[in-house]
Design a protein around this ligand. Sequence first.
Ligand code: AKG
Length: 262
Amino acid sequence: MISAKQIVDFQRDGVVKVEGLFAPWVDLMAAGVARNLASPGEYASENEVTKGRFFDDYCNWQRIPEFEQIIRQSPAAELAATTMQSNTAQFYHDHVLVKEAGTPTPTPWHQDGPYYFVEGEQTVSIWMPLDPVAEASLRFIAGSHKWERMVRPVSWADDSDFYEGDHDWIPVPDPDKNPDDMQVLEWPMQPGDAVLFDYRTVHGARGNFSDTTRRALSLRWLGDDARYVERPGRTSPPFPRHGMGNGQRLREDWFPVIWGGE
Ligand SMILES: O=C(O)CCC(=O)C(=O)O
């Protein structure tokens, strides 16, 4: 599923690519994404674009049976636990991202962590394209999961602060302007491939200048040490009325443990 060397790569770089593992699941993922597009959820977003379309939506696995099947039955949970070096893999949320052919809008550089109400050394997102990608693949700043301070979270729509007030964020980095300071990792990918990255790893993507729509499903997992942390405002996803407090494990009735545990 994943080699010892790949796990070392993930621990060092905060990201690793796994080839082909999800090939048997691509059709089911594509059916789920098609269902999601036909029936967007309450958080669906049509991101601002000058041309084309950049759709994203999350937290739909309980109403999209294809997603629930992939979460519960594909190798994703075991892969997540193994990669995080965790005894358990708890499911956090699904995220669909569709960037149509000819959409020049980049995905801004960001860490997922500051938008989430959870922190830990053991977290992983599994991002799986359903179409071949090259230039429009995800890009990662190697080692950024070990940065001491988190990157300022911004609204993707207008670059405004995501949370009100002053906080101890560092500015959004631009590795393309500072190539000597930061190493960017990116790979061409085929359907069935995945990139796994820590919630703290800074990532982004170019616009999709290819002639193929780039559909992707991201499945987000938590390991043994992940705990609820209060943020200075509404998080993304928000999970209203979750009722959790600082330092708690995420409630398992909403965030099921799929691998390991009792
Ligand atoms: O697909 C993209 O462009 C962005 C994906 C992303 O940021 C994520 O999965 O965390």
